[in-house]
Design a protein around this ligand. Structure first.
Ligand SMILES: *Cc1c(COP(=O)(O)O)cnc(C)c1O
Length: 397
C-alpha cells in the first residue's frame, strides 16, 4: 500500500525536504555577540559568566532553587542517578527515548519498564504500582511530548512506597501543570538542550532541583568530584557546559515565550486543517496542562483512515515531508533490554505497543511557516482520500 500511495503522488509536494526537528535558531546576532564576549574574555568553559547566567535563567523558568547545566541530558541523567545514589530497580516508561533507559543501566541500575496511558502517552501510575518490588528505589517519569506526567499520582505512589521520584523532562521545558512549571516536580528533573529540542544550546542538559544536598552532589560530581576550593570529595566526571553552548541557550530561552506562541499557532492551524479528516486525530493537552507544543503528534486510526500510520508516513516522506515516528519499537523491544524481558519488562506493555504503531510527528517550530502547515494538512487529506479509494477498490475486487 505504501509504495502505491507514493507512486500515485507524482512530483513531490515540497521541493525542499521539510524536516522534523529542524533546530529553532534564535536571534543569531545576539548569540554571536555573546559568543564573541566569551572569546574576548578568554573564558571558554568552567563556570563562566554565561553558564552561570544560563543556570539562573533555567532555574527561574523551572521555579526551583538549583540548576546545574551540563554538556548534554544523557550525561546529566547519569550524574543525577549517581548523585542520588540510585541502586536496584528503577521504574520508567518504555515509551521514551532510549537514553532514559540506557543512562540507568550505564550506572548499574536495572530499568523496569511500565506501560502508559494511551490517552496521554505518559506512564500509568497503576501499572507502575504493580512493578514495585523490594529492589525498587525510584521512579523515573517522562513528560512525553511536553505533556506533564500525572505528577500528583506519582507523588502519592512514591511517598507510599518510600521511593525517590525523578523526571526526564527532555521534551518539556516551558510546559506546566495547574500553573506549576515542569522542572519543579519530584526530587529533581533533567532538561535536554540538544539541537533538535525546544530550547537548544547546540548540545546541553541540566539538572534542576530544590534539594540543596542533591544539587551540591550533582554540582560536585559533574566537575570531577570537586567541591569548595577544588577539593576532591568524591568520584566525579567532566560534564561541564561550555560558554558557547550557554550563549545559544540563553538566547534560545529568551525566545521561549515567542516560540511557544509560534508552535501553538501551528498546532491550531493543524487542528483546523485536519478537522474532519477521517481517522487522523491531533493529540491535545489534558485540561490543566499547558504544553510547549514542541511536537505536533497525530494518531492514525487505520480502519477509519483507510491508511495505516506506516503507509501515511511513507507517502509523506515521498512528498518530502520527513516525518518521524515515536517510539516504535518501545525501549523494551530494543537491545539489550529485549534479551532479558523477565528482568526489564516483567509485565506485558500493550498500550506502549499500540500507541507506538499509531502516531506520527508533523513538522513544527520556528523554521516552519503557516503556509507549509496548510500544505501538509492538504497533503494528508489527499493521502487519506486516496487511501480510502485504494481500500474501497480492494474491497470491490
Ligand atoms: C533527547 C532526549 C534525551 C537525551 O538528551 P541529550 O541531551 O541528547 O543527551 C533523553 N530523554 C529524552 C526523552 C529525550 O527526548
Amino acid at each position: 500500500m505504501s509504495a502505491e500511495l507514493a507512486i500515485l503522488g507524482g512530483a513531490p509536494c515540497f521541493d525542499e525536504p521539510l524536516h522534523i526537528g529542524r533546530p529553532n535558531v534564535p536571534d543569531e546576532r545576539r548569540t554571536m555577540a555573546l559568543i564573541q564576549q566569551a572569546i574576548d574574555r578568554r573564558w571558554l568553559t568552567a563556570f563562566g559568566p554565561l553558564v552561570k547566567q544560563f543556570e539562573r535563567d533555567i532555574a527561574a523558568a523551572a521555579g526551583v532553587k538549583h540548576c546545574v547545566a551540563m554538556c548534554n541530558a544523557s550525561v546529566a541523567l547519569q550524574v543525577l542517578i549517581r548523585a542520588a545514589g540510585l541502586r536496584g530497580e528503577v521504574i520508567l516508561p518504555s515509551f521514551t527515548f532510549i537514553a532514559t533507559a540506557h543512562t540507568l543501566l550505564w550506572e548499574g541500575v536495572t530499568p523496569v519498564f511500565c506501560d502508559i496511558d494511551e490517552k496521554t502517552g505518559n506512564l500509568d501510575p497503576a501499572h507502575a504500582r504493580r512493578l514495585i518490588t523490594d529492589r525498587t528505589t525510584a521512579i523515573m517519569g517522562v513528560h512525553l511530548w511536553g505533556h506533564p506526567a500525572p505528577t500528583e499520582e506519582l507523588d502519592a505512589l512514591a511517598d507510599e512506597h518510600g521511593l525517590r521520584l525523578f523526571y526526564d523532562s527532555a521534551h518539556a521545558i516551558g510546559s506546566s501543570r495547574h500553573g506549576r512549571p515542569v522542572g519543579s516536580f519530584g526530587h529533581a528533573e533533567v532538561f535536554s538542550f540538544h539541537a533538535t529540542k525546544f530550547i537548544n544550546s547546540f548540545e546541553g542538559g541540566a539538572v534542576v532541583t530544590d534539594d540543596d544536598g542533591l544539587a551540591e552532589r550533582v554540582r560536585s560530581m559533574h566537575n570531577y568530584g570537586r567541591g569548595e576550593g577544588s577539593v576532591v570529595s568524591s568520584i566525579g566526571t567532566n560534564a561541564k557546559m561550555t560558554e558557547v553552548a550557554a550563549a545559544m541557550g540563553i538566547v534560545s530561552l529568551e525566545n521561549m515565550a515567542h516560540l511557544i506562541d509560534v508552535n501553538r499557532g501551528h498546532h491550531t492551524r493543524y487542528a483546523e486543517g485536519l478537522a474532519g479528516v477521517p481517522g487522523v486525530v491531533l493529540r491535545a493537552p489534558l485540561p490543566g496542562n499547558r504544553i510547549n507544543h514542541q511536537y505536533v503528534v497525530v494518531e492514525i486510526d487505520e480502519p477509519v483512515a483507510g491508511v495505516g500510520r506506516d503507509a501515511l508516513a511513507a507517502a509523506l516522506t515521498a512528498d518530502n515531508v520527513l516525518v518521524r515516528t515515536h517510539f516504535d519499537p518501545g525501549c523494551h523491544r530494543t537491545a539489550p533490554y529485549a534479551q532479558a524481558p523477565q528482568r526489564h519488562a516483567p509485565l506485558p506493555l500493550p498500550h506502549t505497543e499500540a500507541l507506538g504503531s499509531r502516531v506520527v510527528m508533523l513538522p513544527t517550530g520556528s523554521e516552519v511557516t503557516s503556509a507549509q502547515v496548510d500544505q501538509v494538512c492538504a497533503l494528508i487529506r489527499r493521502i487519506v482520500d486516496r487511501g480510502e479509494a485504494v481500500a474501497a477498490a480492494a474491497a470491490r475486487n
